[in-house]
Design a protein around this ligand. Structure first.
Ligand SMILES: Nc1nc2c(c(=O)[nH]1)N[C@H]1C(S)=C(S)[C@@H](COP(=O)(O)O)O[C@H]1N2
Ligand SMILES: [Mo]
Length: 353
């Protein structure tokens, strides 16, 4: 947002598409199907509903002039879309209190989808669009109906919308889960890929191989990713985000996870031990709500680690799941002494208190 206020029109490292040009990216057409087009609004809503296009067009229509920023570095400024605001549709659907994410699913061969935190989708003024520059949206650009999410890379805007689903937990979209496109996707912060300074081929390779060993992946944003059996031996993962990620059997031996966010992660049988003479550094990491059964912290440094909420702390996360199958040697436990609430919680959970 800072850049926008300072007057720049283009987010960092974007280029203007040629005047009048609108590149086609991703899928080229919707799934071939004979039944009439409908958009279902369901999941965690009080009033699920299947809308026909005529019914949607009968709702108040609005126009928005928005800037398109594709992650592949082209931008198209001042595009005029018309349709129904997501906000209006959600007012009719009445999301339940536990609805925190919204997934937009396409009527396409691979049921392409993308998701956003519900607050962002509403706050960014998402449009369910039928028209572009006053004319029906061309099929190749998502007609008859697509979403348009201003302020995010264009991969957050789905073509050929067929379902809007409200969710308690995030469900990563096609590009986000598959090739590591950043799950927030703010172009002004250049959130293109899950790790800064990696290109898309490197990210794809990392995810396919699940081999992070020895890599510098500081600040990586892998919230909600499925990374079971990840090899992260000796990796630099300071400030990494792994909230609710599946890291079962992951190996973090000798890795640096200081200040990493591991809340709610599945870390069953994960290992935080010594590798090549280097202990696993998890100082300041956050393990609230993580499953740490059979995890092994032998030799790890746990200074400033959080396993349970502090007394009177109000927050989303409960204590980590630790039991007698969780392995912590005396050296690791010693490093917890600076934080008595944490030490006491761990000793009790391990059955040593
Ligand atoms: N159904 C569907 N929606 C999609 C995609 C896709 O492959 N399938 N690609 C996304 C990406 S990466 C971009 S940049 C835009 C491209 O939209 P356009 O082809 O109209 O430019 O659609 C997004 N929505
Ligand atoms: Mo894109």
């Amino acid at each position: 947002m800072k850049e926008q206020q300072s007057g720049a029109l283009l987010p960092p490292n974007q280029q203007l598409a040629a005047r009048g040009k609108w590149p086609v990216v991703g899928e080229k057409r919707p799934r071939a199907e004979s039944n009439p087009w409908c958009v279902a609004v369901n999941g965690l809503v009080a009033r699920p509903r299947i809308w026909t296009l005529d019914e949607l067009r009968a709702l108040p229509q609005v126009e928005r002039v928005v800037d398109i920023h594709c992650v592949t570095r082209w931008s198209k400024l001042g595009a005029r879309f018309g349709g129904v605001s997501l906000h209006a549709i959600l007012e009719l659907a009445q999301p339940l209190l536990n609805a925190r994410f919204i997934s937009f699913v396409a009527r396409s061969e691979r049921t392409h989808s993308t998701s956003l935190p519900l607050q962002d989708a509403i706050g960014l003024d998402t449009l369910i669009a039928f028209t572009f520059e006053g004319k029906p949206l061309e099929e190749i650009h998502g007609g008859p109906v697509r979403t348009m999410v201003p302020g995010r890379y264009f991969y957050k805007s789905v073509k050929w919308l067929e379902k809007v689903e409200l969710l308690a937990e995030d469900r990563l979209g096609y590009w986000e889960a598959g090739i590591g496109y950043h799950n927030v996707a703010d172009p002004w912060k250049e959130q293109r890929y899950l790790a800064a300074n990696l290109d898309r081929h490197e990210v794809r390779q990392l995810l396919e191989s699940r081999d992070f060993s020895g890599r510098d992946l500081r600040g990586i944003d892998a919230d909600h990713m499925d990374l079971a059996a990840l090899n992260a031996r000796g990796a630099a993962l300071r400030d990494a985000h792994f909230q609710r990620a599946n890291l079962e059997r992951a190996c973090f031996d000798g890795a640096n996870l200081s200040n990493a966010h591991l809340e709610g992660a599945n870390l069953r049988s994960a290992s935080f031990c010594i590798h090549g003479g280097q202990f696993a550094d998890v100082e300041g990491a956050n393990f609230r709500g993580a499953d740490l059964r059979e995890a092994d912290f032998t030799g790890a440094s746990l200074f400033g680690v959080t396993f349970c909420p502090e007394p009177d702390e109000i927050g989303e996360w409960g204590p980590a799941i630790i039991d007698q199958s969780t392995r912590m040697d005396d050296k690791a436990i010693e490093t917890l002494a600076a934080t008595p609430v944490q030490e006491e919680f761990v000793m009790r959970a391990l059955g040593k208190a």
